[in-house]
Structures are given as C-alpha cells and as structure tokens.
Ligand binder design. Structure first.
Ligand SMILES: [Zn+2]
Ligand SMILES: [Zn+2]
Length: 136
C-alpha cells in the first residue's frame, strides 16, 4: 500500500492524513501481527523521532472510532489491534503469544438468537498452542 492510498483512506473517514497517522496506518496495514500500541511505537520511533506513545494511542483510538481498526479481546494481558475489521476468529497461542487469524466455518451468532435480536459485531476468541509451538 502506498502513502497515497493510506492518505485517501484516512481522508474518506474524515481523518486529516498527517505523516504520523499515515505511518501508523501503513504499519498496521503491512504488519498483520495484531500489534499493541507499544509494538507500533517501538517500530516507528526510529523513522519518526518526534512520535510519542500518546500519539500512537490517540491515533489508534481515532482509527477505531472511524471503523478502520478493531481492538481484540483475546489477549487479556495486552490490548491488541487489527486493521482487518471483517468478522474473523483470533487464536492466541499460550506459548509464543502470537495471535493468528482464522475464518470460522460457522456464520456467527445471529442464527442462534431469537427473532428481534440484531448482531452488529461479535468476536470469536480461541486460546491454545499454535502449530509452530506444537512441533518444538
Ligand atoms: Zn505458538
Ligand atoms: Zn485478526
């Protein structure tokens, strides 16, 4: 993704595309590791010496409000973010602490609810040991 397309996406959401916001957006778009605020800050600090943790935090909050980013509930020890806002499952490995995406075979809880309930969002969180850790 080029800087221009990140700027366009931010503008479409009514967010002024500052260099810092574009850099944070690009990091999230290119590093599908479900990073924490700290992961983003540490990765971009070299490139943008004026960047602060507060700016990263506030920017991601703003992205979240605009629906560009979702926060994950799977990891109770750190707040992680995902630029993929479509409904999908998250698998947290108890050994290496990586979060993996997966697509549930199941269409979601809407089909289980009584008539008159509408689901806007749901999160499928799974914890276990990943295939890399299982072969160690
Ligand atoms: Zn693992
Ligand atoms: Zn994800």
């Amino acid at each position: 993704m080029t800087k221009n397309s990140a700027a366009t996406i931010l503008q479409e959401k009514g967010i002024k595309p500052s260099l810092q916001r574009i850099a944070i957006y690009d990091f999230l778009a290119h590093n599908r590791i479900h990073p924490t605020v700290d992961d983003v800050y540490v990765a971009l600090k070299k490139e943008i010496p004026t960047l602060s943790r507060t700016t990263v935090y506030n920017t991601i909050q703003q992205f979240q409000k605009s629906g560009i980013v979702q926060s994950l509930g799977v990891d109770e020890t750190s707040l992680r973010f995902d630029i993929n806002t479509s409904p999908h499952g998250h698998f947290l490995c108890r050994k290496c602490a990586q979060v993996f995406d997966f697509t549930p075979s199941y269409a979601g809880p809407q089909q289980d609810l009584a008539d008159g309930f509408t689901v806007f969002e749901y999160e499928l969180s799974v914890k276990g040991i990943c295939n890399q850790c299982n072969t160690l």
